[in-house]
Write a protein that binds this ligand. Structure first.
Ligand SMILES: [Zn+2]
Length: 287
């Protein structure tokens, strides 16, 4: 991102629920393995999200319900999910995982303290890059929507916190910090809104494993592979590679000249047969 490629980046990821991290996990893996530091914050422990087992038990007639499943407390479920989450993050080389305990549904107006907590985290991590969710309340086809949810409330909270962390305060006199670049996870946008894709072909297996590890959400390996093939695989298809993660920039970049990625130059010169093989995941042997 900078012309000084030796600069180590500090990346802060802020999401609403543990599983949300996975949508940019391959990209985080790429950065962590290059020596950049990645801190992941989830605003809730996700105890109300994707409890498929409880859902399915409660769908049964009362006499057929499994008491063991019903007796599992919200805390137990959340603990299991937090443990899965840490394991998932470590697949991508991320050890700095901060699970916040704001209640769900997370609504900022009910918990304004969340902004202050995020300011504290930003001033502690002092990230160059912020990755978060879509901060707008808009629906499909660009229509206005009342669809407030944990994701956009989280993104609004961290946007507000980033502004405060950059603003000097006579009273508190902390050292202000300005985040250089903010990216939104592409999964919360329509495909034609994506600004760029990151090629995560080398991280495909970890993305599948991450899905599989969220056992508390009822995931199996078959489901996990199908999910990654049809999501990261679908974006990879549009990015003309195997697997990709999409991102939206919070604001346009200022460049010193036109920027053409290596991948575009290579693709333009690529023979058709090689292109099809590459898209099919066939690695050309070096001759
Ligand atoms: Zn979520």
């Amino acid at each position: 991102m900078a012309s000084d490629s030796d600069q180590r980046l500090r990346i802060l990821v802020v999401v609403a629920h543990p599983h949300d991290f996975t949508h940019g996990a391959g990209t985080c893996g790429i950065h962590a393995s290059r020596g950049d530091t990645v801190t992941v914050v989830t605003m809730t422990n996700g105890s109300l999200t994707h409890n498929e087992r409880l859902h399915d038990e409660l769908m049964k007639p009362e006499s057929e319900r499994d008491q063991e499943a019903l007796n599992q407390s919200g805390e137990e479920y959340a603990e299991k999910k937090a443990a899965e989450f840490r394991e998932v993050c470590s697949l991508f080389g991320v050890d700095d995982v901060r699970v916040q305990m704001w209640p769900q549904p997370f609504r900022l107006e009910q918990h304004p303290g969340a902004v202050e907590k995020l300011v504290e985290i930003i001033l502690d991590v002092r990230p160059h890059v912020l990755i978060t969710q879509r901060p707008y309340y808009s629906g499909p086809h660009g229509m206005a929507s009342m669809a407030r949810d944990d994701h956009n409330e989280t993104a609004i909270a961290v946007t507000e916190a980033a502004g405060l962390a950059a603003t000097p305060d006579y009273g508190r006199q902390f050292r202000p910090h300005t985040i250089a670049a903010t990216f939104y996870l592409g999964v919360y946008f329509m495909r034609d809104e994506i600004d760029f894709f990151v090629d995560i072909g080398d991280w495909y297996e970890q993305r599948v494993q991450a899905e599989t590890l969220f056992e508390s959400q009822g995931h199996t390996e078959t489901f996990a592979r199908k999910r990654i093939d049809s999501t990261a695989g679908n974006w990879g298809w549009y990015a003309r590679t195997g697997y990709a993660e999409g991102f939206v920039r919070a604001r346009p970049d200022l460049l010193s000249s036109l920027f053409v990625p290596e991948s575009a130059l290579a693709r333009a010169a690529e023979p058709h047969e090689q292109h099809l093989n590459r898209m099919s995941g066939i690695v050309e042997s070096e001759t």
